[in-house]
Ligand binder design. Structure first.
Ligand code: BTN
Length: 261
């Protein structure tokens, strides 16, 4: 049961999430909101699923459903005219989610590029952003967020039991899904407003603060890359800076990171 009273009390946004839609059962909240392009108010909707039957992860993977325990939601961001902002909107979502979890629980997630959240090295949340064009040509980024909030170790499917965790597993107490969602939306709206007005520096700076990737050896695969190197930095465009050999620096803008140490 998703408590809308708690959510409405904590949400302080102008637009994001002003229209919460609670879906008892849906294939995927990303798919659902992508079917709402004829709604002029689409950017005020947040679609929250009690149960997803075909939740999507990045790179064609499945996002497992654990009914009623976790958070699965999507919103639509109208593509901005400000240069650089669209590429960074998913990084901003990751930062907003870390801060929402820290503000509402004792957990301190680390960000793994581009937007996985880890607790104790295990995945606690992931973000899938998809660029879509409406029939009348308007462009949107659909941002779908899955957070393992209150699922217990035994409720995870076998395939992910050893690599996933939940806030409850780490903190030992039940966390409020409503509070995490409301605070995420508050943070995300402030960050996207800030990016539009003043550029992406603040988002990059906050991403760097919450990641523990720097100095680690990693493999990057996918999106045409297959390389191994040491993660050095994130540049001002939001690309990951990787040194593959002394003085040989590559800027990575997408791909899958696997830590090797
Ligand atoms: C990933 O880490 O692979 C991204 C996972 C994103 C999962 C969320 S759950 C809500 C939204 N609807 C989906 O079908 N996927 C995203």
């Amino acid at each position: 049961m998703f408590n809308l009273n708690v959510y409405n009390r904590l949400r302080a946004t102008r637009d994001f999430g002003a229209r919460p839609v609670i879906l008892e059962e849906i294939n995927s909240t990303n798919e659902w909101i992508a079917g709402k392009f004829d709604d002029p108010d689409i950017c005020r909707i947040v679609a929250v699923a009690h149960k997803q039957t075909a939740g999507k992860g990045r790179r064609g993977r499945t996002w497992f459903n654990i009914t009623g325990k976790n958070l699965a939601f999507s919103l639509a961001w109208r593509v901005s005219e400000s240069p650089g902002v669209n590429a960074l909107v998913t990084l901003a979502a990751g930062v907003a989610l870390v801060e929402a979890i820290m503000e509402t629980t004792d957990a301190k997630p680390a960000l793994k590029y581009p937007n996985d959240l880890l607790l104790g090295g295990k995945k606690v949340a992931g973000i899938l952003s998809e660029m879509k064009t409406s029939p009348d040509g308007a462009r949107f980024v659909i941002i779908g967020v899955g957070v393992n909030v209150n699922a217990t170790h035994d409720q995870f499917p076998d395939e992910i039991r050893d690599i996933a965790t939940s806030i409850r597993e780490v903190c030992g107490v039940t966390a409020s899904r409503e509070a995490i969602l409301a605070l995420f939306l508050n943070n995300f709206e402030k960050m996207t407003d800030g990016m539009t007005e003043s550029g992406p520096d603040d988002v990059i700076c906050r991403f760097k603060k919450y990641t523990d990737m720097f100095g680690r050896k990693a493999r990057v695969t996918g999106a045409g890359s297959n390389l191994v190197g040491v993660v050095k930095d994130m540049n001002s465009d939001g690309a990951l800076v990787i040194e593959v050999a002394p003085g040989d620096i590559r800027n990575i803008v997408s791909g899958e990171i696997t830590f090797l140490d």
